[in-house]
Design a protein around this ligand. Sequence first.
Ligand code: TEU
Ligand code: CA
Length: 541
Amino acid sequence: MEKRHWWQEIVVYQVYPRSFKDSNGDGIGDLKGIISKLDYLQKLGIGAVWLSPVYKSPNDDNGYDIADYRAIMDEFGTMADMDDLIREANKRNIKIVMDLVVNHTSDENKWFIEAKKGKDNPYRDYYIWADPVNGGVPNDLESTFSGSAWQFDEASNQYYLHLFSKKQPDLNWQNKKVRQEVYDMMNYWIDKGIGGFRMDVIDLIGKIPEKKITGNGPQLHEFLQEMNKNTFGGKDLLTVGETWGATPEIAKLYSNPKRHELGMVFQFEHIGLDEQAGKSKWDLKALNVGDLKRVFSKWQNELDNDGWNSLFWNNHDLPRIVSRFGNDKKYRVESAKMLAILLHMLKGTPYIFQGEEIGMTNRTISDISEVSDIESRNMYNERIKDGYKKEDIIHSINVKGRDNARTPMQWSESINGGFTTGKPWIKVNPNYKEINVDDALADKDSIFYTYQKLIQLRKDNPIIVWGDFELLNTDNDIFAYKRLYKGESWLIVNNFSNVEHTLNLPNIKPGEVIIQNYNEEIKSLNDLKLKPWQSFVIKVV
Ligand code: TEU
Ligand code: CA
């Protein structure tokens, strides 16, 4: 790296405001609720909060459908609350990273309301319209949320494009006026003192729908360079692009500092490893730890100094990691800590999703009426039509559905896990009496303190931020690697399984233990029996 940046050395915490903390008893999390928990976040030690969207929205997709980029959603509070949040966070050395959703707006955004008025409206070209073909849809592009990506508009006899819900019409980035509106809006937020932007499905803005190109379109990087120059360029803000399908080569296009685009990417290669190849996220298969090792090693080694990666297991779209790759029954605490240690010892900027730090788990439903998420609901209806069995679809939703991440944060043993005194907008996971922040803070061996320690270790040890990575050859289910920096070497060992495994690294001499999830003395790495989900970091002497 030519220059070191604050956002390479911190850990980010994602807040999903609707489910974080309700301050007024209406059952919906809000900005005042977040402010009331800043001391908790400071105690954890994080350096920035990625705030999922808080803008005015009809909530077809929980705020990812924005009606007004310069107003706060009524249920979440006011712009004055937002200014308070930024100020109160900054006081605690926590920056607020805003979610930038500019691939699409809400259909209730004034731009779209205007655009729909007719072909001559000055806002018409803010969106993507196409004439019918043979009396039907312009082509077979599909929405991520099931069905055609084209919605018919009777008044004008044209279709508009929506790569997500039909209440999320896609903006036309080919239109210079759209780009300028977005840059002005970004500068409005930058002037408020925010710490940066997480850019929602930013890989889609270069799309050419008539050629059925959606991701990685030809002008994508040109647009990002233009955005950089007109907004955050030179201001050292955190910028992270949500870039599905990025390879290391593509990640470098986004994040090589010489190209003046973004700071880092979210890439999802490890996230697809429990899906059947070529099918959708709902078509499940078991994780092979060997695949995970291959994918992580590739990303650790190939970005080199020409790009920057993020590290994450969870976000508001993904199931809970302890239920997914860990064991949320017999080894919940051990596996949650192992997953944390494994990830936080890698190179890149780590992200924690709310509740991950106390080992929150997936929740189980038995009927579609219990599902709030539009992606799951649309998929359910489509698959019922296609003849799938109801139990199988519900099973996929329990394993992969987005509501798993969206149940309320579990703060305490009291009613609704301390999230709200009213009726929560989505059911609290019934296990809140066993899994909650109060209990975690009271137990010095809790998952919370493993995360707290990992965050502190990153602050104190440049080897974690800047060291080289080397995968070690072990049993398939053991994920062992080294970090190397200025003559120093650390060994990270993880038994990624429910059973004992034997580690054989006779040539490595163990020194001081830095962090671990069992209380073991490690004297030799020759024939060392690892307990289920055992994880440790030691200095190599
Ligand atoms: O996600 C993009 C995206 O493709 C995922 O939502 C996808 O639907 C699936 O959940 C992956 O398993 C972003 C946001 O993170 C998501 O919440 C929004 O719904 C979506 O964009 C539209 O804004
Ligand atoms: Ca509220």
